[in-house]
Design a protein around this ligand. Structure first.
Ligand SMILES: [Zn+2]
Length: 197
C-alpha cells in the first residue's frame, strides 16, 4: 500500500467535474457517510478543479472509523438550565472556564463510580428544590469510559434514568464544591485544570 502525505497529488475521477482531475492531498474535516457528524483532520484528496473531496486514501480509514466510534459513544442528555449554570460557575471558580465543564462532570462520574467520592447521597438530591425545572439545556459527555461508568453508577445508586443520574451528579457537584467547599476535591480539580490548560 502506498502511503500518501499532505501535498502529494493523485489522479482521481471527479463526479462534479465529470472528468479525471488532479487530487491534492490535504487534511480536511469530512462528513461521515451517514451524514451525521464530521471526522476531523482526515487526509483526503481535493479536486484541483472544483475543490471537492474526491479521494479517500485507504490509510485514512482507521482514523475515520475511530472518530466515528468515539462520537457515537457520546452521551447526551437534557437538564434544567440552572444545572449548566452550576457547572459553569464551578468551572469558573476552578479557573477552568466553561470548556472545563465536561471534564468536571467526567471527574465526578469517574470518582463516584470507583467510590473515591461517596455516591450514597445522590438519590436524595433528586428530591430537592434544585432538581426541579424543565430540561432545556444539553449536556454532552464524550469518552470511551462514560457509558460504562454511567451504567456502574446507575447500579450503585439505583437511579435508572440517565437524565436523573446526571442531575444527581450536578447537584452533588453543587453541594461539594459550591456549598460545602470540599477543599480536597477542589485541590484535585485545580491540578487537573492546571495540567490540561
Ligand atoms: Zn472536480
Amino acid at each position: 500500500m502506498q502511503i500518501l502525505k499532505v501535498g502529494d497529488s493523485q489522479k482521481a475521477a471527479c463526479e462534479h467535474c465529470q472528468s479525471f482531475q488532479t487530487a491534492i492531498l490535504q487534511l480536511k474535516d469530512v462528513p461521515f457517510s451517514d451524514g451525521n457528524g464530521l471526522a476531523k483532520n482526515v487526509l483526503v484528496g481535493v479536486c484541483e478543479g472544483c475543490g471537492q473531496v474526491i479521494l479517500m486514501p485507504h490509510q485514512s480509514t482507521p482514523s475515520v472509523k475511530k472518530q466515528y466510534e468515539v462520537q457515537r459513544k457520546a452521551l447526551e442528555s437534557r437538564v434544567p438550565a440552572h444545572m449548566i449554570d452550576i457547572l459553569n460557575l464551578v468551572s469558573f471558580e476552578l479557573s477552568g472556564g466553561t470548556e472545563f465543564v465536561p471534564n468536571l462532570v467526567k471527574f465526578y462520574l469517574h470518582s463516584l463510580s470507583n467510590n473515591s467520592i461517596c455516591s450514597s447521597g445522590i438519590a436524595a438530591y433528586l428530591q430537592s428544590e434544585l432538581a426541579q425545572g424543565k430540561a432545556q439545556k444539553r449536556l454532552s459527555l464524550k469518552g470511551r469510559q462514560v457509558s460504562e461508568q454511567m451504567a456502574q453508577l446507575k447500579a450503585m445508586t439505583n437511579i435508572k434514568s440517565t437524565t436523573d443520574l446526571l442531575k444527581g451528579i450536578v447537584l452533588k457537584i453543587h453541594d461539594d464544591l459550591l456549598v460545602n467547599r470540599d477543599e480536597n476535591t477542589i485541590k484535585q480539580l485545580k491540578s487537573i485544570v492546571a495540567a490540561t490548560a
